[in-house]
Design a protein around this ligand. Structure first.
Ligand SMILES: Cc1ncc(COP(=O)(O)O)c(C=O)c1O
Length: 474
């Protein structure tokens, strides 16, 4: 048997764990036979923005795990909050007219932090469950309002809302559909506010705001074609994450919110990535200036230390559910789990105490964005640099004038990501866009270290492609 996890010397265990993993463990979003041949990396420890693998290699986690570790790794207060709850009340549910202090305190704290009118929340365990729950609540809401025809769910191309049947159907990333005969009926897509891709998609040389107006008009046209009386909701991530870190032009969300209001379509903000300080406000909808009817959140709610998600209801939905004259026939065994609630509560306390959303807005976010541009502006293969708060995309292209991507078979994103791992940096590749979402507690010195590593890796990628002889100056 391998040694205890607390021990740092895993060199004899790596091969053993790799073999067990190849024999018994099917990974998410992974080609199993390829991984079994290559051998998996085993992460054993984390502290701050750093991770260590079982060979003792240190990595800078430029992605906060999967966009979730707001407070970084190894936070003792979160560990203590979880341990205390585990000792005190390791489990109980909320089904039989019961609750527990951790969960009610968490609900009340969220009500304090959430946008105007969002005073009521439900809990689940993942972003996907939150999406499914939100869609069910939206359907039930319209049934309660005597509008049972309002059933269709609108969302955007390249969106990601999770993997359950409904969440995958809502998602606009088409590779997620084929294997599973999705989407289910009743899901329609409208264009994403992906301005950099607009030129190739035939929108010509529109500026960002003009492009946002054009796709808002297309969205409205689609709504009129379907009939607003048949449309239940419009879902969107304030910033599209897994679709390529698409940051909308500033007029996009106000335009879309106005369309939803005019046609009586419930506006669902998927805040799973953008919640809890990531964009420099508590929630992405505040950064982008709109008020949703329903919000889903997960990830940063507990800094990823515990699986927990929440669904908040704005005034009109909240009132309807609080005053419904029948049982809500929905809930999970682990909805509002006491340990997850205790950790999330402590996480919110720390985010608030340390003023982290304001820090992202006023100091570390602007520093990160400035250094990012200083490092990559004018780089021979960097087409666009997008950033907000502590989110950034570096889109690699073959032609900076036409925005033409590299040929698919060059797998430029994967090439760059492999250089990153080899140089001690976790940077995600989405197609050929390199994405960064570091922990919100990152320091300026750590930003410099992260970007220096990213620069080496993007230079190496350019060299592999014959686009750079020597390292480009920062
Ligand atoms: C915007 C968004 N919504 C939903 C999800 C699904 O969350 P989970 O993986 O916790 O089910 C994700 C996951 O990355 C996400 O980015």
């Amino acid at each position: 048997m391998p040694g205890p996890i607390a021990n740092d010397n895993f060199s004899n265990s790596t091969a053993h764990w790799r073999a067990l993993d190849a024999a018994h463990h099917i990974h998410p979003f992974t080609q199993s036979n390829l991984l079994a041949r290559e051998g998996v990396r085993i992460i054993v420890r984390g502290k701050g923005i750093y991770l260590w693998d079982s060979d003792g290699t240190r990595l800078i986690d430029g992605m906060s795990g999967l966009w979730c570790v707001q407070l970084g790794y190894g936070n003792e207060e979160l560990a203590e909050a979880g341990a205390d709850a585990l000792r005190t009340l390791p489990y109980y549910n909320h089904f039989f007219k019961t609750t527990n202090p951790y969960t009610v305190e968490l609900a009340a704290k969220l009500a304090e932090l959430l946008p105007t009118g969002h005073t009521r929340v439900l809990f689940a365990n993942s972003g996907s469950e939150a999406t499914d729950t939100a869609l069910k609540l939206i359907r039930y809401y319209w049934n309660m309002q005597g509008k049972p025809n309002k059933k269709l769910h609108l969302s955007r191309e390249l969106s990601y809302h999770g993997v359950t049947m409904a969440a995958a159907s809502l998602s606009g990333l088409t590779p997620m559909h084929t294997q599973f005969d999705l989407p289910l009926p009743g899901f329609e897509k409208v264009p994403a506010p992906y301005w950099y891709g607009a030129k190739l998609a035939g929108y010509g040389d529109m500026g960002p705001e003009e492009f946002a107006e054009a796709i808002a008009a297309e969205t409205e046209k689609k709504i009129l074609a379907i009939g607003p009386e048949n449309i239940a909701s419009f879902s969107g991530e304030p910033v599209q994450g897994a679709g390529g870190l698409i940051i909308p032009p500033p007029n996009y969300w106000p335009l879309l919110a106005d369309i939803c209001r005019r046609y009586d379509i419930l506006l669902h903000a998927d805040e799973v990535i953008t919640g809890f300080g990531r964009t420099g406000s508590w929630f992405g909808c505040q950064t982008f200036g709109f008020l949703p009817d329903i919000m889903t959140m997960a990830k940063g709610l507990s800094s990823g230390y515990q699986p927990i998600s929440a669904i908040s209801l704005g005034e009109r939905m909240g009132e309807a559910f609080a005053n419904a004259d029948e049982e809500l026939v929905h809930g999970y065994t682990y909805s509002g789990h006491p340990v997850a609630s205790a950790v999330a509560l402590k996480n919110l306390e720390i985010l608030e105490r340390e003023n982290i959303p304001a820090r992202v807005h006023n100091s570390i976010g602007p520093y990160f964005q400035r250094r990012l541009r200083e490092t990559f502006q004018g780089h021979p293969i960097v087409g666009e640099i997008r950033s907000v708060g502590l989110l950034a995309a570096i889109e690699l292209v073959a032609d900076k004038i036409s925005h033409e991507p590299f040929p698919k078979d060059r797998q430029v994103g994967t090439l760059c990501r492999d250089h990153c791992f080899a140089h001690g940096l976790v940077m995600r590749a989405i197609r050929d866009t390199m994405v960064l979402a570091p922990p919100l507690v990152i320091t300026e010195a750590e930003v410099d270290e992260l970007l220096a590593a990213a620069k080496i890796c993007i230079d190496l990628t350019a060299k592999d492609l014959g686009r750079l002889e020597h390292s480009a100056p920062p």
